[in-house]
Design a binder for this molecule. Sequence first.
Ligand code: CP3
Length: 347
Amino acid sequence: MSGGKLLETLSGTRSPTPPIWLMRQAGRYLPEYRAIRATTSSFLEFCYTPEKAVEVTLQPIRRFGFDAAIIFSDILVIPDALGQKVWFETGEGPKLEPLTDPAQFGKLSRGRLPEFLAPVYRAISEARKALPRETALLGFAGAPFTLACYMIEGSGSRDFAKVKQWAYSHPESFSVLIDLLVDAIVDHLVNQIEAGADAVQLFDSHAGVLPEEQVFSWSLEPMVRIAHGVRARHPKVPIIAFPRAVGPAALMYRRPDAFSALSLDTGLGAHWAAKELQPHICVQGNLDPIMLVAGGAALEREATRILDKLGHGPFIFNLGHGVVPQTPPEHVAQLVEIVRNWKPSTE
Ligand code: CP3
């Protein structure tokens, strides 16, 4: 079996030190990424060029020897494949032609998704062939609520007020969009698994803007439906859920029937997670990405504190959110070293 320590951890086997990979481990903090990124002006076109996507997927593995690679793509390939206009403006992030009326949902169609996203699947099968056997390859998708945020707001936002107002005032029409996304995401994850992804992660990056009741309806419930849909086709492939910034509502995601691991943002205490989450489910996280910018003694202290709290149970070392562009690559090497040299204290 390919996938090594990460897949072993996800299936319940302990290793002396936890596996490590980092969200956004491929990206602008690496000079070799910036060099190849400069060869294509459109970010989505870059994502849809398998040779380039494979190369940047492999770059952080060559440099740091992480236990997992994550396929280089973006969560917004789904609205793009459904027929919504999506583009990226340098320095401003994603832009979409916003959905303003439920009548527009009818124009979105998942029929063309497999063909439209074929370059992503080709990149996955090529990356799987190029990776060492012991390195797991992760596929991913944005969760329905986070995708709906971008699709309705038309860009990033501090509070996604338009999206929330739609969900609260017209839950029936909002659920039409969520249901379409559930089906599209199941298709996309199943296709990634069939192309060679060893495990998949669902990013609900903006779930934290919702109050708890609504977290249940618009984040957890659709993610569980997706997990069940994927498991019906591929019962053994692990699914990692990342409901970012939901606070103690993270307790609701202890759903071994759906998820194999729960990715924790920086706001959740490692001690709390060890007591409340880890007895039920493998956890992943949750170093502050800015600690990786700081490096040195601060990084060593904080990474060791997290390892001491979570390293005794089922655990994957990661950040609480993605690597930021100003991160010095040497600090990433330092972190990998800290994790690999960690010695569990006698329990
Ligand atoms: O290494 C990896 O993690 C794999 C690739 C990956 C990217 N985006 C590449 C990317 C992954 C897993 C994502 C997920 C993603 N994309 C999320 C969920 C995770 C999270 O950060 O919360 C979200 C919300 C998006 C949407 C998105 N894509 C935004 C908001 C931006 C702009 C932000 C920025 O840093 O500029 C992107 C663009 C993007 N996606 C970049 C990368 C490397 C930077 C653009 C570039 O290189 O020109």
